[in-house]
Design a protein around this ligand. Structure first.
Ligand code: 6R9
Length: 659
């Protein structure tokens, strides 16, 4: 791993993107957020956040907005008390919206369920009563290992209602990954299902729990939702069916209030090295920023919009932008269980058409996959209801952005490129869709109330046009409150790099353009050094994707005897491209020349390999570490957090035949 301090201040990349798309006058006139929001936040940041907190119902009001005296451990809305689940569910029923659909759920096999706020309240109450009956008490941890079914959301909200911090573990993770997460949090209960539907077939889920909990002394019970009907092993006394335990409960439960700083959840993020970090989030500040950002960034109109975030709840995006932010804002949303190509590659657009989805939030990797499948697929559906599109998870290449705008957004819907992290809890950098002229590939500006800067090695802000490290220079309400059980690691990972300035180090490289807008350049660890020039993987990837034959690209720096590192690119070709021809030596040369033309000769890949797939985590992030192993002819490392662990075999076996 390259230490940040080994790197110079500025990146040498020259790729420029100058297109810009202002919101239409109609959109701007109706938008939730106007430029006044920036002024308000600048005038008095704490007063601004206090006003945002008024979006929520507080049982007891806070006495102090921010206590930063024990930095880097923040306390927001000190003395305030609230119930997060009450804010996401009950209060909407009490305000007369019990009949509004909260969730249009669609299973992968095509089963559907519309859940109103009144029904959600009953389901969450029953689940909460069930957790109490199992002996769980405030502060106990609950692990949730479920597919995207309604019970996943009921479970999270039931935990929130009782002050039981949940730890959602992504359903694609292995028994071993689950075990380490259960152990680290010492969870007392695991909620899972018999199996899940994946690409048309039922695959086991509980089996992994059985394996994991055989070695986790903290777990007393396993609560099992029947989803697929497949056979499961059963441990009497430990295992309980959801339909036996939950359905027998009263559907009335009185929420109690908790301190604003009561832990809401732990979510594990895998760093590049070491054991996963349990990122800790608390209640009042987190919910305030999740709701504020969801309302303003997506321009949510609760009475008319149909919102859809395609993330999995095992990812922070599912926590903040399926469960907490949207439900606090009384959203009507779509939740879909399955993969985008089951049973056909138009599944998402069929869903958009069926429910009249107006706000759609997904990841660049998904967008590039749609590009690869071809423009004719979305063209078959009526997507005219879409009015805001979002992107999250990685830098979005300008070409993918333009494709998204043209083919999904009808050249009309603003795109919000939202930068944030598990650690930040909620969106930090993003254009406001009715205010800012969007630039393809740039997340642009910190939201009102948020402080972010690009700084050099010494912590000094770089000038317009300069590159360096992204830092957050002001505490924010949804910030992590630490790493579960490891105070030292929290200080070291995020606060030691710019300790003198008191900045939070995000681990991302970034640059300013001439207007002072921020462009994210990927994780600092991914920056390459070619003959002393620092080149960002993101920009070389964007240059490749801007070529008409390329759908996706991943770039790594491989050790090179002459240049230090050489650029090695892995590319997936677009649907419709004559694959054999595009793999030929001429075609590869054309791609190398294209990169040279877009960025400069220094960025010309040493080697380009055409591959059928790229190794990705379930949130769509490319695992470059594995590609570096391939590029440097090493044994491929740990693949347990890959969405599909067979991908590496596909890549390695295909390489002998590609250029
Ligand atoms: C929400 C989420 C965080 C890392 C982050 C950065 C990358 C996320 C991005 C983006 C450029 C965006 N990232 N959004 N990079 N533009 N709009 O993804 O959380 O899984 O913790 O990942 O993802 O590198 O540091 P998480």
């Amino acid at each position: 791993m390259t230490q940040p301090s080994d790197q110079g201040a500025a990146l040498d990349n020259l790729l420029t993107e100058s297109r810009s798309f202002p919101p239409s006058e109609e959109f701007a006139a109706e938008a939730n957020a106007t430029s006044a929001l920036y002024d308000e936040a600048t005038a008095d940041r704490e007063a601004f956040w206090a006003k945002q907190a008024e979006r929520l119902h507080w049982d007891t009001k806070w006495t102090q907005v921010l206590d930063w005296s024990d930095a880097p451990f923040a306390k927001w809305f000190v003395g305030g008390r609230l119930n997060v689940a009450y804010n996401c569910v009950d209060r909407h029923v009490e305000s007369g919206h019990g009949d509004q659909v909260a969730i249009h759920w669609e299973g992968e096999p095509g089963d559907q369920r519309a859940i109103t706020y009144a029904e959600l309240q009953r389901e969450v109450s029953k689940a909460a009563n069930a957790l109490v009956s199992l002996g769980l008490r405030t502060g106990d941890r609950v692990a949730i290992y479920l597919p995207m079914i309604p019970e996943a959301i009921f479970s999270m909200l039931a935990c929130a209602r009782l002050g039981l911090p949940h730890s959602v573990v992504f359903g694609g993770f292995s028994a071993e990954a689950l075990r380490t997460r259960i152990d680290d949090a010492e969870a007392k209960l695991v909620i899972t299902s018999d199996g899940q539907f994946r690409r048309g077939s039922a695959v086991p889920l509980k089996a992994a729990v059985d394996e994991a909990v055989s070695r986790t002394p903290s777990v007393g019970n396993v609560l099992v939702v029947r989803r697929t009907g497949i056979d499961v092993e059963w441990t009497e006394g430990r295992d309980l069916w959801w339909h036996d335990v939950v359905d027998a409960q009263s559907d009335v439960h009185a929420p109690e209030s908790f301190d604003a700083e009561h832990p809401l959840f732990i979510l594990y993020t895998s760093g590049t090295t070491g054991k996963p970090k349990g990122i800790l989030h608390t209640s009042g500040g987190y919910l305030t920023q999740a709701a504020y950002t969801h309302f303003n960034v997506f321009d949510l109109k609760p009475d008319t919009d149909v919102y859809w975030c395609t993330a999995d709840i095992g990812w922070v995006t599912g926590h903040s932008y399926i469960v907490y932010g949207p439900l606090a804002n009384r959203v009507t949303q779509v939740v879909y269980e399955g993969t985008p190509n089951t049973p056909h590659e138009g599944r998402h657009w069929e869903i958009v058409q069926r429910y009249g989805v107006s706000i759609y939030y997904t990841a660049p990797t998904t967008i590039r996959t749609f590009m690869k499948w071809g423009n004719d697929i979305p063209a078959k559906f009526d997507l005219s209801t879409l009015r805001v599109l979002g992107s999250v998870g990685e830098p979005i290449n300008p070409e993918a952005w333009i494709w998204y705008r043209e083919n999904i957004g009808g050249n009309r819907a603003p795109i919000v490129d939202t930068w944030w992290q598990t650690e930040t809890g909620a969106i930090m950098i993003s254009p406001l869709p009715g205010v800012i002229a969007a630039k393809p590939g740039s997340a642009q500006r910190p939201l009102p109330g948020i402080g972010a800067k690009v700084v050099d090695d010494t912590g000094a802000e770089v000038p317009a046009g300069g590159g360096g490290y992204l830092v957050l220079d002001e505490p924010w309400p949804a910030m992590l409150r630490g790493i579960w059980g490891d105070e030292q690691r929290y200080r070291e990972t995020y606060w030691s790099r710019f300790a003198a300035q008191g900045f939070y180090f995000a681990g991302d490289g970034a640059k300013y353009d001439a207007d002072g807008d921020i462009w994210l350049l990927g994780r600092v660890d991914d920056v390459m050094n070619v003959s002393g020039h620092r080149i960002s993987t993101t920009e070389v990837e964007s240059a490749l994707v801007s070529h008409p034959t390329v759908a996706e690209a991943a770039v790594v720096g491989a050790t090179d005897p002459t240049t230090g590192q050489g650029i090695v690119a892995f590319v997936i070709l677009r649907g419709g491209v004559a694959q054999d021809q595009a793999k030929g030596a001429e075609a590869i040369k054309a791609l190398r020349d294209h990169v040279a033309k877009e960025i400069g000769p220094i960025a010309k890949p040493r080697q380009i390999m055409v591959v059928p797939e790229l190794p990705k985590t379930r949130s769509g992030k490319i695992m470059r570490r594995l590609l570096r192993d391939v590029a440097e002819n090493r044994q491929v490392g740990d693949v347990t957090t890959l969405a599909d662990s067979s991908v590496m075999d596909l890549i390695s076996s295909g390489l002998n035949t590609s250029a």
